[in-house]
Design a protein around this ligand. Structure first.
Ligand SMILES: Nc1ccn([C@@H]2O[C@H](COP(=O)(O)OP(=O)(O)OP(=O)(O)O)[C@@H](O)[C@H]2O)c(=O)n1
Ligand SMILES: O=P(O)(O)OC[C@@H](O)[C@@H](O)[C@@H](O)CO
Length: 447
């Protein structure tokens, strides 16, 4: 099994690769061609997600792993990042005893698979140890774990939601080969030692050091024995599993430089950053449904031309039939254009399709109903949309975690005015998709 060994030799000042938060399934229909094939391991791998902390440094009452973004707790995003990896067998989530019921409810509500919830301890090491022991429950002897335990255990802070499958592969493969492996990142600040009086004692040469991040991987027997042999002081004050492997098992971890997305949510500002990344990732594309109307196709064409400046990729289709049904499985944003048709039947059909695809559990899909009044086309049912109708339908959709917005636009014969209207539709659409604001749900905005 070939593990890419250049990761460690990378220049610590190398330009960071663009953030690719791996929070969405890489196997989404129709998008898999945009992602390189991911590699798979051929040995059993399980995961321990320590989530038993209180998140004091956020200053919030709610532990950060349970803070919600777009209706889902942070930990659910992290679990999703692991459960979508086909070669991961079991995910043990370790939470404070008082949060076991809450965590069990989250697992059920978001239909997470392969997950076990176990009570944590008073420190991170104690929680991780509980998770490791839970994986090996069975006929474990003193110095060796249960025979049916996993070959490799990946340990990953539950508050690091943006982990990519390819990097998990690298860590698991290196752990299998070397007994332990860990993610590292270049240091941003220089590390200094202080005197007891609070003065500078000395500083470390930054180029020689790295920040230890997560995920980390261990062969099960290494991490199991490390926790069997470590001291109470390790349990109480330690922060580094790689150190335990070296200190108590003589296992020197292979270090692999990871992408910048491995950062840990620690402070309140990190929660805002995580929400921004999640929203950004959901907002990169949209599907315009024209219903086969020439006027709608003209508007769609104008929106596509404006989309580049709005950093969005727009696909235009007449309907969601045949091969276009794949959009229901891969797209998060839909723009339904109705021409001189105040009936919301097309939107109602789209809502039914989305419900059947069961996507809204993971993230709130967005539907933007664009009512285009074209003066030279016979009106089917009035030329002005009824605000109350869309408000009512949007309220019903919200209960199913689908966000429905409306835009009213008139196709002017004056080219300049029409171009301005098209640009305004593009700007409103982009903002609605990017922000997914609950406050604007059911509103009929004017372009
Ligand atoms: N007794 C503990 C303490 C921490 N953790 C987990 O270890 C990870 C990294 O720890 P950290 O970022 O320090 O989380 P908290 O301890 O919650 O944060 P704070 O120190 O601000 O309270 C988190 O997912 C946290 O939930 C744990 O499982 N059990
Ligand atoms: O110290 P904290 O509990 O905030 O976070 C844990 C981190 O120390 C840990 O995730 C990495 O440094 C890798 O060991």
């Amino acid at each position: 099994m070939e593990v890419n060994n250049t990761d460690m030799q990378g220049d610590p000042r190398e330009p960071d690769r663009p953030a690719h938060p791996g929070i969405f399934p890489t196997c989404e229909a129709g998008k898999s061609e945009r992602k390189p094939a991911v590699r798979s391991v051929d040995f059993p791998v399980s995961v321990v997600l320590p989530a038993g902390g209180t998140g004091e440094r956020t200053g919030l009452q709610t532990p950060k792993q349970f803070c919600s973004f777009l209706g889902r707790p942070l930990i659910s995003y992290t679990i999703q990042a692991f459960e979508r990896v086909s070669w991961i067998q079991c995910i043990v989530v370790v939470v404070a005893r008082e949060n076991v019921d809450l965590m069990t409810d989250i697992v059920q509500r978001f239909q997470h698979r392969k997950v076990r919830v176990v009570p944590g301890g008073s420190t991170r090491h104690r929680s991780i140890c509980n998770g490791v022991l839970a994986l090996g429950e069975g006929e474990a002897e003193e110095e060796s774990p249960a025979a049916d335990g996993p070959k490799v255990v990946i340990i990953h802070d539950a508050v690091r939601p943006f982990v990519e499958e390819e990097f998990l592969y690298k860590i698991a493969a290196a752990a299998k080969e070397h007994g332990a492996a860990g993610a590292i990142r270049p240091l941003v600040s220089t590390v200094i030692a202080t005197t007891s009086e609070g003065y500078l004692d000395h500083s470390l040469e930054r180029a020689k050091y790295r920040a230890s991040e997560m995920p980390q991987g261990f062969t099960y027997d290494v991490i199991y024995q490390a926790y069997q042999r470590c001291t109470e002081s390790d349990f109480e004050f330690g922060t580094e599993c790689l150190h335990l492997a070296l200190q108590y098992c003589g296992t020197n971890a292979k270090l692999i430089q990871g992408p910048p997305t491995l950062w840990k949510v620690t402070y309140k500002r990190d929660l805002a950053a995580a929400e921004s990344i999640i929203k950004e990732t959901l907002s990169q594309s949209a599907c315009i449904i024209t219903g086969g109307s020439a006027h709608a196709a003209t508007l769609a064409d104008g929106l596509q031309k404006a989309a580049g400046a709005l950093h969005m990729e727009l696909d235009v289709i007449p309907d969601l039939m045949g091969e276009n049904t794949g959009y229901l499985l891969k797209e998060w944003n839909f723009i339904q254009i109705s021409v001189n048709r105040c009936s919301l039947s097309e939107v109602e059909d789209l809502l039914k399709d989305l419900e059947a695809a069961n996507r809204a559990l993971l993230h709130p899909p967005v539907i933007i109903w664009v009512h285009l009044s074209a003066s030279d086309e016979p009106s089917i049912s009035g030329t002005v949309a009824e605000p109350a109708a869309i408000m009512d339908l949007a309220s019903a959709a919200k209960l199913r975690n689908v966000l429905l917005y409306g835009i009213q636009v008139h196709q002017s014969k004056d080219t300049e005015r029409w171009e301005r209207s098209v640009l305004k539709v593009a700007e409103i659409t982009s903002a609605l998709i990017r922000e997914r604001s609950p406050a604007l749900v059911g509103q009929l905005l004017q372009a």
